[in-house]
Design a binder for this molecule. Structure first.
Ligand SMILES: [Fe+2]
Length: 154
């Protein structure tokens, strides 16, 4: 089984055991939507697509596993580290890269590493494209405009 599929199965298990149909439904849309947006951006920016997809799948895992979104980026980076270690098929560099992107992903104001930025931008894309007719949140407007420019959409 490839590593993306391994992580997808882990995430599916967490989402399916939530006991809350709406949370499960939203979790699938958001985690898989961010993951796909990570793939597009990583391909466009010549970053590691596999690791970006996995970062997308795991970026909000704390919220869905613990049913608590408080400080979920920082707590989630530790949880993601444990999850990835438990698979036994990721190097410590790969685990650090993914967990750092998760740690920084809620900080949409600052610019971090090019890999970290993929996850932040993918998070914004999923929020904004889920319903393209809905208003864009104030704190996501600048990033969304830059992304539309980068992707040739405006
Ligand atoms: Fe998210």
């Amino acid at each position: 089984m490839d590593r993306i599929k391994m992580v997808q199965e882990y995430v599916d298990g967490i989402l399916q055991s939530s006991g809350n149909e709406i949370e499960t439904k939203y979790g699938y849309k958001h985690l898989y939507g961010v993951s796909q947006a990570c793939a597009i951006l990583a391909m466009k920016r010549n970053e590691n697509v596999e690791l970006a997809v996995i970062a997308g799948l795991l970026h909000d895992i704390y919220t869905y596993e613990m049913h608590d979104s408080t400080d979920h980026a920082h707590k989630g980076s530790l949880l993601a580290k444990d999850i990835l270690c438990s698979f036994g098929s990721f190097s410590s560099e790969e685990i650090d890269k993914i967990s750092q992107a998760i740690y920084n992903h809620s900080d949409k104001t600052n610019i971090d590493t090019s890999f970290d930025e993929i996850l932040k931008d993918a998070d914004v894309l999923q929020h904004c494209l889920y319903n393209p007719l809905a208003d864009v949140a104030e704190h996501e407007k600048d990033r969304f405009r830059r992304l539309k420019e980068e992707l040739g959409l405006i």
